[in-house]
Ligand binder design. Structure first.
Ligand code: THU
Length: 135
């Protein structure tokens, strides 16, 4: 699986977004260590708070299926599904990544002209994880 193919799958996932409130469609494609890809979209809610981001939809689908090892994720989005600039995952999604991924997990942030790649360590430094819960 190349980064370019993962980006294409994120773009396809974006078309599944349920966004009656923001109109901001987001798609994600999550690559597992065994080569399986899980796609996710954002799913909004009239109460706003329960909205689920595309990244978490992809993670939760994968974890449900028993996946526990992840390599990278591509994320794209834009108003009405038109990609303009690349954007970083929200803080809640970064924390979900922290639960399941090592520091070298790669996030491809997709813009109109390609993508930029950053590791989880770069976008979530000094983070809390299971190892911090010492008795
Ligand atoms: N959103 C995502 O799906 N992922 C992110 O990383 C940032 C935000 C969604 C949530 C909401 O449906 C819309 O984008 C606007 O915030």
């Amino acid at each position: 699986m190349t980064a370019e193919k993962l980006v294409e799958l994120a773009k396809e996932a974006m078309t599944h977004a349920y966004v009656p409130y923001s109109g901001y469609k987001v798609g994600a494609a999550l690559l597992c260590a065994d080569g399986t890809v899980y796609q996710g979209c954002n799913i909004e809610n009239a109460a706003y708070g329960p909205t689920n981001c595309a990244e978490r939809t992809a993670f939760f689908k994968a974890v449900y299926d028993g996946q526990r090892e992840f390599t990278s994720i591509a994320v794209c989005g834009g108003k009405d599904g038109v990609i303009t600039g690349a954007f970083p995952p929200c803080g809640v999604c970064r924390q979900v990544m922290r639960e399941f991924c090592r520091d070298d997990f790669v996030i491809y942030m997709v813009g109109a002209e390609g993508y930029e790649a950053h590791t989880l360590a770069e976008i979530l430094p000094f983070s809390f994880s299971a190892g911090d819960m010492k008795e």
